[in-house]
Structure formats: structure tokens, C-alpha cells
Design a protein around this ligand. Structure first.
Ligand code: SAM
Length: 264
């Protein structure tokens, strides 16, 4: 490992020892018969612990120069498969075809430069993930878990909230990594909701959410001026909001109702 050249472009900050990986795994509460997907095993610090705690691990690593280190570090574990490729370009559904499992978890210390694309990829790939436990930059974690009316609340918050129960588990100091990053991190858990709110047209829902937050300082009337504002107003007034309200005040169910009324 001493010889390894860390690549900034791949967001390579590796966990120094087993303390944080064990803590992540114990907080994840992995049930029996679980397949775990890991994005970015790095040198395998978390992968090892996942192999011990789960049925199988499927990991994706973009950096092929880690192969030798991973083969060596993960030698004792026969339930790990590593695909050396860019996670974002994979057909995950196809990768999972030959696996049999009862639960699917994603557990990873994510490469921070693509945190949101990775989450969107998981959501859009059509696979049913029971739980996602991820390490992200602390500020990003705060944004993902923000509540309405807070300055961190944004379209990604609403979107994640649609699918998942979001929780911040614990903070990880920058001192736990090599090389040491400039920011602290946080572990989040995203548990898939048992019942999703019915949405008539999902594309319209996500477009409305994005458009509502387009200009942060503007209110809904300005950000949604391309839509039927009188219909939107009907929904808003039902929940005691107005067209002059800003998107950051609206909870998920209001966005869902707005998109449903507009898709009729
Ligand atoms: N899991 C290791 C740990 O905790 O010590 C390493 C985590 S490091 C923050 C992120 C890892 O993701 C790196 O190994 C990096 O090479 C890998 N990575 C970056 N972009 C990737 C991508 N698009 N697909 C798969 N792996 C990627």
C-alpha cells in the first residue's frame, strides 16, 4: 500500500483501519441472506467486513491498479466478486442476474465527486434495494437529510425522501483517512419505504421538483410559471401554502399532489 499512488480524480481517500468499517457494518444490521453491493472497494477495508457479515459482496472498482492489492487483501474471502469498471456505466440489473438473495443492500464509502450520480443510478436502475448505507461528505449528508424550511433542503432531498427513510448515523473525522481529506464525513442510512406515494407521471414529478428549486431565491409562482398556476394554487391552498411560497418550504406530499393534478 505504501507504494500506491492515490488518485484524486477517483476520490481516493481510504479508511486507515478496521474501526470505522466494523462500525459501519454493525450499524447496517445486515440480515441473513443479503447480497451487498459496494461501490469503490479501494484497498478492501470495508469489503472484508462486508464479506464476513453478508452472504455475498459484489463490488465495483474503477481503478484497475488496485487489483493486485485487492486480490491480496481479500484472499481469505470466497464470497466477494469485484468488477473492475465504472459503476455509472454498468447494467446493474444484468450484473445481478446470477445472484440469489433475499435482501439487497448497498454499503459504501462513496467517491465524493459522484455521490449524487451514484444514488440516481441506483434509483433509476430498476433494482429494489432494501437499504443503502453510505459515507458521504458531511455537508452533503446534511443536504440529503434536510427537513423542509431549512436552507439545505433541495430537489435531491425531496427525491431521496420519496423512496427512502433518511437517517444520519454517525460522523467520521477526516483523520480516519489516508490521504486526509479537507472535510469530515457522515454515514447515512437510506431505508426503502414500504409504501411509496402514488405518482401518476414520474417524469413530470421529477421535472416539477427540479423546476421548483431552479432559482433558490424565487418563489413557486416564478419557478413554475410554465405550468398551470391555478391548478397548482388549488393544491397549495389545501396545504395552507401560496404561490408566493418557496419550494424549500414544501414537504414531499405537496410536490406529489402538484404533479398528480397537472398530469390529469
Ligand atoms: N472503500 C474504500 C475505503 O473505504 O477505504 C475506498 C473508498 S474511496 C472514498 C472511493 C473508491 O471508489 C476508490 O477506490 C475509487 O477508485 C473508487 N471509484 C471512484 N469512481 C468510481 C466509479 N465511477 N466506479 C467504481 N469505483 C469508483
Amino acid at each position: 500500500m505504501e507504494q500506491f499512488q492515490f488518485k484524486k480524480k477517483y476520490g481516493q481517500n481510504f479508511l486507515k483501519d478496521d474501526t470505522i468499517p466494523s462500525k459501519i457494518v454493525s450499524y447496517s444490521q445486515i440480515p441473513e441472506d443479503t447480497l451487498v453491493i459496494e461501490v469503490g472497494p479501494g484497498a478492501g477495508a470495508l469489503t472484508k467486513q462486508l464479506a464476513i457479515a453478508s452472504k455475498e459482496v459484489l463490488a465495483y472498482e474503477i481503478d484497475t491498479s488496485l487489483e493486485e492489492i485487492l486480490v491480496q487483501n481479500l484472499m481469505p474471502y470466497s464470497n466477494i466478486k469485484i468488477i473492475y469498471d465504472d459503476f455509472l456505466t454498468r447494467d446493474i440489473k444484468q450484473d445481478l442476474e446470477n445472484y440469489q438473495y433475499k435482501h439487497l443492500y448497498v454499503i459504501a464509502n462513496l467517491p465524493y465527486y459522484i455521490t449524487t450520480p451514484i444514488l440516481m443510478k441506483i434509483i433509476e436502475s430498476g433494482i429494489i434495494v432494501d437499504k443503502i448505507v453510505i459515507m458521504v461528505q458531511k455537508e452533503v449528508g446534511e443536504r440529503f437529510c434536510a427537513k423542509p424550511k431549512s436552507r439545505n433542503y433541495g430537489s435531491i432531498t425531496v427525491f431521496l425522501n420519496y423512496y427512502f427513510e433518511m437517517n444520519q448515523l454517525f460522523v467520521v473525522s477526516r483523520n480516519c483517512f489516508v490521504p486526509k481529506p479537507n472535510v469530515d464525513s457522515v454515514i447515512l442510512s437510506l431505508t426503502r419505504k414500504k409504501e411509496l406515494l402514488p405518482v401518476n407521471d414520474f417524469c413530470l414529478f421529477s421535472k416539477i421538483v427540479r423546476d421548483s428549486f431552479q432559482y433558490k431565491r424565487k418563489n413557486l409562482k416564478n419557478n413554475l410559471k410554465g405550468y398551470d398556476l391555478s391548478l397548482i394554487e388549488t393544491v397549495l391552498s389545501k396545504f395552507n401554502y401560496q404561490l408566493t411560497t418557496r419550494a424549500e418550504e414544501l414537504p414531499l406530499e405537496v410536490f406529489v399532489e402538484i404533479s398528480n393534478i397537472l398530469s390529469k
